[in-house]
Design a protein around this ligand. Structure first.
Ligand SMILES: Nc1ncnc2c1ncn2[C@@H]1O[C@H](COP(=O)(O)OP(=O)(O)O)[C@@H](O)[C@H]1O
Ligand SMILES: [Mg+2]
Length: 575
């Protein structure tokens, strides 16, 4: 991002608010103009003093200028703040909208804590640059030009001295600005890093405690915080340098003007009142110059934040369109994998090396195989979280690349292997995939997944909060909540990634009944870790290191396939 392009991108955030911004800016200008008139009015008061004429007129003018200036400036600055909040809101909405539509593969690379800081901290920085930065700089520039014009009217020689000083400051500050921008970028990165490290610890809170790793994690977050502070100090250092340079320059200008002006008054070339007014104008230059410098600093900070916001906004979004959940009953669909080749990234090992199998519509199919064989990846490809690189995947006889993404996902029910429950109430979790399910449908799904007694037992029933990631539920309950949620979506194909943890006998029996009932209505593809699931299956696909070894029923495979026999004997609960 360079020069004009960057400013254009910044202005894109401002455009929706330009009308209010212009009004606010105008009020600011009127306020400045009132301020600008004051030294001139003061000169008239002094002149009236010297000439012994009535001071009432000039004094009244001065009072009006003060009052108008104060009221108008306050109104202007309120409008600016309002616009600033609006701009932050727009940036946050845009960023969140993009974040939730990113491709899974891109999100794999990003850190949730860092993403969070982009939405919270970086967007806040944007406000400063877009309101104070741009608008106040415009009004400051107006003040600056106004003061200079007035000074020109007072005395040309003194003006020349002043301008020389202004130019020197300008050059100095221009040198400092890029350094501020770089330091600010690093500071924001450090804030993001801190968020990421903290998020890591919070996500595995129990593991951190169980591992006695509190001290280490605290130290690590602390280090990231220290890095953020150090970078912040760098920004502060450069900013104060710019401030000091400005202040020094104005003091030097003041002394020069006082010296030269004094001698010009002595020689009669300049009136005392003009010198006083000139000196007042000189001090009027201080705030606008300070504001311009501050505006420059904020611009650098905003550009650093913008860079981090744009990094996310420039990632491609998935073309999803909302699809309503089907009414009434649905047709089950079959699945075919034909010579599918897939790897998670160009520099990653091959996960699927020619996977071929076929699942007819309806019934229960189990995927089994050692850990790392690529079973969960089959589901990820069916949901199109990732695109396969070779071969063909069909759902209902149609290539998944030809399905509109929203429609494809609406046809599938998906139960994740880990953490399939979100914070919120039980009801929110159940309705998550099908917001307009009726109470009757909800009741049926609860009965089907044997959750009705749980709901009856809970004091607040469906309104019970389940805690972060559903920690307040047991493993078996979590799994059944996730299945109920997937069922409410009326899937034509249910993908169930069984958690590896062993469930107790009661829960296991329930799960088996649930799966068998669902398989009578729709296609169920389950990644199975339990013999009870497998022996019930209509067919079993045995996967090993990125390929399909064998397909058959339990009895066939026990006779035919060594790996399956071994898995059945060791990994599954042997009946
Ligand atoms: N998001 C991912 N990014 C990169 N590699 C992954 C990702 N998910 C899984 N893998 C790798 O792909 C391989 C197969 O994983 P997976 O399909 O989860 O196996 P299974 O479910 O059979 O245990 C593993 O070697 C794993 O390390
Ligand atoms: Mg898995």
């Amino acid at each position: 991002m360079k020069g004009v392009a960057v400013i254009k991108e910044l202005l894109a955030y401002v455009r929706p608010h330009r009308k209010i911004l212009i009004v606010g800016g105008l009020l600011g200008l009127i306020g400045s103009a009132a301020g600008l008139a004051m030294p001139l009015l003061a000169k008239y008061v002094v002149d009236a003093f010297g000439e012994n004429t009535s001071m009432a007129g000039p004094l009244l003018g001065l009072t009006v200028a003060v009052l108008v200036g104060a009221v108008v400036s306050a109104g202007g600055s309120y409008l600016m703040e309002r616009t600033g909040e609006g701009i932050v809101l727009g940036a946050r909405r845009g960023l969140v909208d993009r974040m939730l539509r990113l491709k899974v593969a891109d999100v794999d690379r990003l850190k949730p804590g860092d993403l969070m800081s982009r939405v919270t901290s970086d967007t806040t920085l944007l406000r400063a640059v877009l309101t104070n930065g741009i608008v106040e700089s415009v009004s400051a520039a107006f003040m600056l030009v106004g003061a200079i014009v007035m000074m020109a009217a007072m005395d040309g020689v003194l003006l020349l001295i002043t301008l020389l000083v202004v130019v020197v400051i300008g050059a100095l500050v221009a040198l400092i600005m890029p350094k501020i921008r770089r330091a600010q970028t690093h500071a924001q990165e450090a804030v993001g890093e801190m968020g990421a490290v903290l998020d890591r610890a919070l996500q595995a809170y129990r593991t951190v405690k169980a591992s006695g790793a509190e001290e280490r994690e605290i130290a690590e977050v602390g280090e990231a915080a220290v890095r953020a502070r150090d970078r912040g100090l760098q920004v502060a250092g450069w900013t104060s340098l710019a401030g000091v340079a400005t202040w020094m320059a104005v003091q030097i200008a003041f002394l020069c003007v006082l010296g030269v002006g004094g001698s010009r008054v002595a020689s009669g070339a300049l009136e005392v009142s003009s010198l006083i007014a000139f000196l007042l104008y000189l001090f009027y230059l201080v705030p606008p110059i300070g504001q311009l410098v501050q505006g420059g600093v904020q611009l650098q900070q905003g550009l650093a934040a913008l860079k981090r916001i744009r990094e996310i906004e420039e990632l491609p979004a998935e073309p999803t369109e909302p699809v309503r959940v089907a009414q009434g009953s649905v047709e089950p669909v079959g699945v075919t994998f034909e010579d599918v080749v897939f790897r998670y990234g160009d520099d990653r090992p091959i996960v699927h090396d020619g996977v071929t199998f076929e699942v007819p519509p309806g019934g229960l199919t189990a995927l089994v195989g050692p850990s790392g064989a690529g079973k969960s990846t089959v589901f990820a490809l069916l949901e199109r979280f990732y695109d396969h690189q070779g071969g063909t995947i069909r759902i209902g006889g149609r290539d998944i690349r030809d399905w509109p993404l929203g429609e494809l996902r609406a046809a599938l029910g998906y139960v994740e292997q880990d953490a399939p429950v979100l914070a919120g109430t039980l009801r929110e979790n159940l309705l998550f995939a099908a917001m307009d399910a009726t109470d009757e449908e909800l009741r049926r799904a609860l009965a089907r997944t044997r959750l009705d007694d749980l709901v009856a037992r809970l004091p607040e029933g469906l309104e019970t909060a389940v805690g972060h990631r559903g920690v307040l539920l047991s493993g078996g309950e979590r799994q059944r909540v996730a299945i109920a949620r997937a069922l409410l979506r009326k899937p034509r194909l249910l993908l169930l990634d069984e958690a590896t943890s062993q469930l107790d006998a009661v829960n296991e029996l329930r799960l088996r009944e649930v799966i068998a009932e669902v398989a009578a209505e729709t296609t169920v593809l389950v990644i199975a870790h339990r013999l009870s699931t497998v022996t019930n299956a209509d067919r079993i696909v045995v996967m090993e290191s990125g390929g399909v070894r064998a397909v058959g029923t339990h009895d066939e495979l026990v006779g035919l396939d060594d790996l399956y026999r071994e898995l059945a004997a060791t990994q599954f609960l042997v009946s």
